[in-house]
Design a protein around this ligand. Structure first.
Ligand SMILES: C[S@@+](CC[C@H](N)C(=O)[O-])C[C@H]1O[C@@H](n2cnc3c(N)ncnc32)[C@H](O)[C@@H]1O
Length: 344
């Protein structure tokens, strides 16, 4: 654990070198500095414009939350955006092409970390016997390969049309259909079902939860962390991939990827919802998780591929484990006093 923390500290220190990692040479630094100033200026302006709007939204949100006993992870604008793209999931050259190629990193990341804990007994199906929940599965781009590794996977997403696309694609591989299933719902709905069901809780809990490129689209990260803890077995793994909250991530994930290169549709990301590995780790640890590893990732638009890098300044993958004992024996869910909105 100490070694892990030390390793991560080194990685964070190296983040300071994130700009040279992006291939900007010294010769171009002069031009880069003025370009960088524009990016920072643009982000400041954008933030100022959003302050008024967010203050209004927070007031409305507060009114709503006094009326509802449960927080929700759902941001309706996000669902609307993903609904409009629901038929595009399996187009390898379309809007989700970066997610297709991300499988080259995230599938082995999940597999290898799970195999460190659970020894494989089934050649060719190393994850056989494990129950995995893929939260925000979209069209099933990650759900299917995890099923092919032998895991029983449930993919959930609140966008029904995306679940329809995932089910249609799954139907082309009947063998896989025995291990993979989908449900149009939120994590909080699943968590409530698990808590309220008459079956033994052990039957409904998961060995692992995957939320890949999802937390940056949620309305409330605290509710997400609480619900993950509810539906995960003690000792179970949580895998998250997401985007750090840095100037560099603003420049690359929003200005370059959305506005200049159109790798993903404009408006896909809200920088305010990005989260640093340190903040995510703090949030998870306060909900009974222990973070085991954090690794930086980078997308190369020229090759369309991803690679692991030392810096976590842009994208990163995180693996956490649920500790055996929950921090509070009284459930946090359903008590708004205990639940703080993460992006207010
Ligand atoms: C960028 S996509 C990632 C899809 C999938 N995880 C992958 O990597 O291929 C984000 C997904 O999160 C889903 N999503 C948005 N809000 C959500 C919420 N509150 N709970 C669960 N999923 C959500 C969206 O519908 C969308 O499918």
């Amino acid at each position: 654990m100490l070694a892990n923390k030390f390793g991560r500290t080194v990685v964070r220190l190296r983040c300071c070198n994130a700009v040279p990692l992006c291939g900007v040479s010294q010769r171009h630094m002069g031009r880069y500095r003025s370009g960088w100033a524009v990016v920072c200026q643009q982000r400041t302006l954008w933030l100022q414009m959003n302050v008024a709007e967010r203050t209004k939204q927070t007031a409305v949100h507060r009114q709503l939350s006094t009326r509802t006993s449960h927080q929700t992870t759902v941001d309706p604008d996000e669902l609307k955006r993903f609904r409009s793209l629901a038929s595009k999931w399996w187009d390898e050259n379309g809007e989700f092409r970066a997610l297709h190629s991300m499988n080259d990193l995230r599938v082995p990341f999940i597999r290898d970390n799970l195999l460190n804990v659970h020894k494989a007994h089934h050649p060719g199906k190393p994850l056989a016997g494990l129950r995995v929940l893929d939260v925000g599965c979209g069209g099933g781009l990650l759900t299917e390969p995890l099923g092919r590794l032998g895991a029983s996977v449930l993919g959930i997403d609140p966008v029904e049309d995306s679940i329809g696309t995932a089910q249609l694609h799954l139907s082309y591989d009947p063998d896989l259909g025995e291990r993979v299933g989908y449900r149009a719902c939120t994590l909080e709905e699943l968590s409530a079902d698990a808590a309220g069901g008459e079956t033994d809780r052990g039957d409904v809990l998961f060995d692992a939860i995957v939320a890949s490129e999802v937390v940056e689209h949620l309305a409330d990260l605290e509710t997400f962390a609480i619900c993950c803890s509810h539906v995960l077995k003690p000792g179970g793994s949580l895998f998250i991939t997401t985007i750090n909250k840095t100037n560099l991530s603003y420049a690359l994930a929003i200005v370059a990827a959305e506005q200049l290169m159109r790798i993903v549709p404009r408006g896909t990301h809200d920088w305010e919802k990005f989260i640093s590995p340190v903040d995510l780790e703090r949030r998870l640890e306060s909900n009974g998780f222990s973070v085991q590893s954090v690794q930086g990732m980078m997308y190369n638009p020229a090759s369309g591929g991803w690679s692991w890098i030392n810096s976590t300044a842009i994208n990163y993958a995180l693996h956490a484990v649920k500790l055996a004992e929950e921090p509070n024996s009284d459930s946090k869910m359903g008590n708004p006093e205990n639940s703080t909105a993460s992006h207010s």
